[in-house]
Design a protein around this ligand. Sequence first.
Ligand SMILES: *Cc1c(COP(=O)(O)O)cnc(C)c1O
Length: 216
Amino acid sequence: MLSQIRSELSSKNARLVAVSKTYPASRILEMYNQGQRIFGENRPQEMLEKHTALPAEIQWHFIGHLQTNKVKSIAPFVSLIHSVDSLHLLQEIDKQAQKNNRVIDCLFQFHIAKEETKFGLSEQEAFEILQNPAFYALKNIRICGVMGMATYTDDINQIRDEFRQLKAIFDHLKANFFSKSVFFSEISMGMSGDWRIAVEEGSTLLRIGSLIFGDR
Ligand SMILES: *Cc1c(COP(=O)(O)O)cnc(C)c1O
């Protein structure tokens, strides 16, 4: 499954984030040995432990809700944070990145699902962050694109519609704030159940767990 998904994605210029949350380091190493380098985790402590135990070449993507007091533990090594949903969080990431003498890549997470429980910004809120002078004081973060989760449903049209909303938000942000940034290029959308639709709608980062690792 892993190699099939990876070859399908590489022909579309998209990359696989193997979502390894809850799976042991040994399973990650199996996939690493098959060439997979990007792994996604949603708990800082778990990601830190796996980072310490596994090869340094692994790029760790943080995909879960991130509390400001947990940023410090992942700042030395995290490769991309998919889940930025406030200026306050971004300021803390910038501060911890600066302490580690590095720049941390981030995505803005958007609320595109019809469900109450999913985190994320509205387009309006993202515009407000990007119009706030405080944002431009941040020198150790780099906004590389957007992330979103579709509603958990069998309704393919609804899922497609939500992915299109996220793509439209990406296009608006690109045109209004990042037209000169080569880094603003990522659209993180698509999971085990909806990844093919996400690819069709322009996803560049697919966050897939159970489909490749097996049921949790
Ligand atoms: C768990 C998780 C995934 C992967 O889910 P699967 O259904 O296992 O593919 C993707 N994105 C986020 C934010 C997750 O928490």
